[in-house]
Design a protein around this ligand. Structure first.
Ligand code: GLC
Length: 498
């Protein structure tokens, strides 16, 4: 691979040249000593991220929520959940990030709300509620809850329709039953959500990450999904559970909405902001979210990297595919882990030498790298957590799965118990590994057993550590216009090492 310095840093927008670090706020740093990470904890650790050489942080949702899916089911988009702090803490966080010369990406869950959101509570009250149409309600094919409106499956399998006996109708949820989908065909809903987006941009968000964006619009006529032989969906093919997801995911109206949302974000120019979409589908479809000239979402996660072969030819194929689909003015992303996926080092056989190679690859290839908290320490996957006692609602849904299937699924990038990749961040070798102050109750999830040796403080002192390697690569990337803003040309391999 050659990364050519044909462009200067000034010629590309900042968000194409940046490096993003994902913080799962519940697991990053607990400042108030309740065992749960919080915004004040993040503020206290910004010096660390600055030292590491990170330019942008993305923080998973911290808005008011019953926490049934830890922030991804929101009951008030304008409030901070009390366990994470207050609006004042949020203000302080945004200001502190900017004072550090860094940028901040907030997580927008536009597709659904919590079933405890006042809109849903009102919508559910009666068929005539003024907010009824804020969500997707339909009559069943048979009366009294005997058959749902059509054959649509949720992203997790099983019908995505849920019956409400009081009003004798079904509501639609693309993900879990307590996450009812908003109805974007209702102009009031669209307007309210776009205004919410504007609100957070006005508060100083530099970018927005869009949760399951590919589910926003479904077929307006509610036609059944056609049959497919595929049992399990993957990041590059949402068909699964024996149907093609044509009427429930990647709908043409969602692609149009991407452009509408981009126009809203472009209302804010000082500095320019960006959108990064969580979308699932073949690379060719993901590209459509960005639009041929980059007039849609600025970036999309390219999750194919999560199941790519971690070998030299595997990386080459990945680069080739992403470069072909995302030439300038489009821009690829490189993601090797997040709060839903197996830790990347697990895919490398827990080999720390290979973890360095992964860092070197991710931080030098053309594209925006998204680094998941703890990956810079080589924090391993927390295997063997029992499904039946998991806090993750996805694990609860699959608790009947035979244990022997889990490692195979993990190898394919599918994580059934997401608690396993959300271990508290180990900061030092003392009480609670420094995640929470001494005297705090146990962290909300157990520390990884290796926290005592892999913590930040220890690795900071060791120039040969994985952390030191990440830091050197990040500094190199920042110092080199070719790495952060260059173009890329692939050479023909000398021999095929397959
Ligand atoms: C996204 C989030 C995941 C969440 C789901 C529903 O995939 O990354 O954590 O559970 O959407 O909001």
């Amino acid at each position: 691979m050659i990364n050519l310095g044909l462009m200067s840093r000034a010629s590309l927008p900042w968000w194409k040249q940046t490096t993003v670090y994902q913080i799962y706020p519940r697991s990053f740093a607990d400042d108030n000593g309740d065992g749960i990470g919080d915004l004040a904890g993040v503020i206290a650790r910004l010096d660390y991220l600055k030292w590491l050489g990170i330019e942008t942080i993305w923080i998973s949702p911290f808005f008011k929520s019953p926490q049934a899916d830890f922030g991804y089911a929101i009951s008030d988009h304008f409030e901070v959940a009390p366990e994470y702090g207050s609006l004042e803490d949020c203000r302080r966080l945004i200001d502190a990030v900017h004072a550090h010369g860094m940028k901040i990406v907030l997580d927008m869950v536009l597709n659904h709300t919590s079933n405890q959101h006042p809109w849903f509570l009102e919508s559910k009250q009666s068929r005539h509620s003024p907010r009824r149409d804020f969500y997707i309600w339909r009559d069943g094919r048979k009366p009294h809850g005997a058959a749902p409106p059509n054959n649509w499956k949720s992203m997790l399998g099983g019908s995505g329709w849920h019956y409400d006996p009081a009003t004798e109708q079904w509501y639609w949820a693309s993900f879990l039953p307590f996450q009812p989908d908003l109805n974007y065909r209702n102009p009031q809903v669209k307007q309210a959500m776009l205004d919410m987006v504007r609100h957070w941009l006005r508060q100083g968000a530099d970018g927005l990450r869009l949760d399951i964006f590919n589910a926003i619009h479904k077929d307006a006529g509610f036609a059944d999904n056609p049959f497919s032989f595929r049992p399990i969906p993957s990041e590059h093919n949402p068909d699964g559970f024996f149907q093609r997801a044509v009427n429930t995911q990647n709908h043409p109206d969602t692609l149009a909405f991407a452009r509408e949302l981009r126009a809203v974000v472009d209302e804010f120019q000082h500095p320019p902001r960006f959108l990064v979409g969580e979308v699932f589908g073949p690379t060719s479809v993901l590209r459509e979210y960005c639009g041929p000239l980059g007039e849609g979402l600025n970036l999309v996660f390219l999750f194919k990297s999560l199941s790519a072969k971690f070998t030299a030819p595997g990386f080459r194929d990945l680069m080739q595919e992403f470069e072909t689909a995302f030439p300038e003015p489009l821009h690829p992303t490189y993601v090797f882990g997040n709060h839903d996926r197996p830790r990347s080092i697990e895919r490398l056989g827990n080999d720390r030498a290979r973890a360095r190679l992964l860092a070197a690859f991710q931080l030098t290839v053309r594209g925006v790298p998204f680094v998941y908290y703890g990956d810079e320490l080589g924090l391993p996957h927390h295997e063997g957590m029992a499904l039946h006692s998991a806090l993750d609602p996805v694990a609860a849904r699959y608790r009947f799965l035979p244990k022997f299937l889990l490692p195979t699924l993990r190898k394919r990038g599918i994580l059934v118990n997401r608690d396993e990749c959300r271990s508290p961040m180990p900061w030092h070798g003392g009480a609670h590994a420094g995640f929470a102050p001494p005297g705090a109750p146990s962290p909300w999830l157990p520390l990884h057993p290796q926290s005592a040796i892999l913590h930040v403080e220890g690795q900071r002192q060791d120039p040969d550590s994985l952390l030191a390697c990440y830091r050197r690569m990040l500094l190199l990337r920042r110092a080199s216009p070719a790495l952060s803003g260059g173009s890329l040309q692939l050479c023909e391999p000398l021999g095929d090492p397959r």
